[in-house]
Design a binder for this molecule. Structure first.
Ligand SMILES: Cc1cc2nc3c(=O)[nH]c(=O)nc-3n(C[C@H](O)[C@H](O)[C@H](O)COP(=O)(O)OP(=O)(O)OC[C@H]3O[C@@H](n4cnc5c(N)ncnc54)[C@H](O)[C@@H]3O)c2cc1C
Length: 306
C-alpha cells in the first residue's frame, strides 16, 4: 500500500520524468503502457488493435495544462484525432479529461472546449467519453457532462464512474435517468476514506452492484476492468438476465492483459482498448505502475541495471 501511495505521489511530480527516462528500463516499460508520443504512432497501434477484432479510444495525454492557450492546443489535437479517425477508417472513439480543457482554471472554459469536441464528434458520427479524474473534480465533471448531454445525444457523449467512490451508486442511478452511457472502472487516484472505500473488497462489491445496474438499464455501457472476477461476474449476470452479448462492451488499457483482450474479442464480446499517447505520458504511466505490485517490484529489481 505504501509503495502504491508513493508512486501515486511521484506521478504528480512531472519534473522527475527527465531523470527517470535516463534509465533504459523505464523507457521500455513506458512503451508497454503508452502507444507513442505522436498521433502517427497511436494510429499504428490502433490499426493493430482493430486487426485483432477490438475497437479503441484515443487519449491524448497532458495533465499539465496551465492556461487557456494551452487548453486550445488540446482542442486542436482532439479535432485532429477525430479527423484522422474518419480519414483512415480506423475503429476508434476519443476519451477526454476535462482538466486538460481547463476545468481547474474555469469550468466554463472546460465546457466550451469539450463542447467543440463533442460537436465535431457528433458531426462525424463519433463518440466522446469524458474520463473521471480525482474526487476534487467529480461533481464539476458530472455538471459539465450533464450540460453536454442536454445538448447532444446519448451516442455522442458519455461519462466515467469509479466504483471506489462511495457516491458512485447514487451517481449511476441519477445519470441513467438521462439516460447516459457510462464506463464503470474501479478508480485510479489516491483518495481518502471519507470519499472512497479503503478496502478492495468493498470497491469490488460496489463495482459488481453498479455493473448490474448498467447491464439492466438497456443503454450501451463500458465495463472497464482487467480483473477476471469482475469480467466473470459481468458474463454471469448477462447470461442470468438473458442480456445480449452486444448490449455492452468490455474495455481495457493499452498494454494490460493483452491475452484477455484477445480472448474476449475472439469469444465475440465487444472489446475496446484505451490508447494513450503524447509527450506528457509520465503521470499516466506512474498510475499504471502503482496499480500492480509486480510492476513496482520489476522496476526496483531492474532500476540499476541501466
Ligand atoms: C478502459 C479503461 C478506462 C479507464 N478510465 C479511467 C478513468 O476515467 N478514471 C479513473 O480513475 N480510472 C480509469 N481507469 C483505471 C481504473 O480505474 C483502474 O485503475 C484500472 O483499470 C485497474 O483496475 P482493474 O479493474 O483492472 O482491477 P485491479 O483489481 O486493479 O486489477 C486486476 C488485475 O488486472 C491486472 N492489472 C490491472 N492493472 C494493471 C497494470 N497497470 N499493469 C499490469 N496488470 C494490471 C492485474 O492482473 C490485476 O491483478 C480506466 C481503466 C480502463 C480499463
Amino acid at each position: 500500500m505504501l509503495s502504491r501511495n508513493a508512486l501515486l505521489y511521484l506521478s504528480r511530480r512531472e519534473g522527475l520524468k527527465d531523470f527517470a527516462t535516463r534509465f533504459s528500463l523505464f523507457k521500455k516499460m513506458t512503451t508497454r503502457f503508452v502507444a507513442g508520443e505522436d498521433i502517427e504512432e497511436a494510429t499504428a497501434a490502433i490499426r493493430e488493435i482493430n486487426a485483432k477484432g477490438a475497437t479503441a479510444s484515443f487519449d491524448h495525454l497532458n495533465e499539465s495544462v496551465a492556461n487557456a492557450a494551452e487548453t486550445a492546443e488540446e482542442v486542436r489535437e482532439y479535432l485532429n484525432i477525430l479527423a484522422r479517425i474518419e480519414e483512415t477508417g480506423i475503429k476508434s472513439n476519443v476519451s477526454i479529461k476535462l482538466t486538460q480543457f481547463g476545468l481547474e482554471i474555469d469550468p466554463e472554459l472546460a465546457y466550451r472546449n469539450a463542447r467543440a469536441i463533442v460537436e465535431d464528434a457528433h458531426r462525424r458520427g463519433n463518440f466522446v467519453r469524458v474520463d473521471m479524474e480525482g474526487s476534487s473534480v467529480t461533481q464539476l465533471t458530472i455538471d459539465v457532462f450533464k450540460r453536454l448531454r442536454a445538448e447532444f445525444g446519448v451516442n455522442d457523449v458519455g461519462i466515467v464512474l469509479q466504483s471506489y467512490l462511495r457516491r458512485t451508486y447514487d451517481d449511476a442511478q441519477d445519470l441513467l435517468k438521462l439516460p447516459a452511457r457510462i464506463r464503470i472502472c474501479k478508480g485510479a487516484y489516491n483518495e481518502g476514506p471519507e470519499v472512497a472505500f479503503p478496502d478492495k473488497k468493498d470497491v469490488d462489491e460496489n463495482y459488481v452492484r453498479v455493473m448490474k445496474l448498467l447491464l439492466e438499464s438497456g443503454t450501451y455501457h463500458g465495463i472497464a476492468t482487467h480483473d477476471p472476477n469482475m469480467i466473470n461476474a459481468t458474463i454471469r449476470h448477462m447470461r442470468e438476465q438473458g442480456i445480449s452479448q452486444d448490449a455492452f462492451e468490455f474495455q481495457m488499457l493499452y498494454g494490460v492483459r493483452r491475452d484477455l483482450q484477445e480472448k474476449l474479442a475472439q469469444d465475440g464480446y465487444n472489446m475496446r482498448v484505451y490508447v494513450p499517447y503524447g509527450k506528457h505520458w509520465y503521470p499516466y504511466f506512474m498510475r499504471r505502475l502503482a496499480e500492480r505490485p509486480a510492476n513496482i517490484w520489476f522496476i526496483m529489481k531492474n532500476l540499476f541495471k541501466g
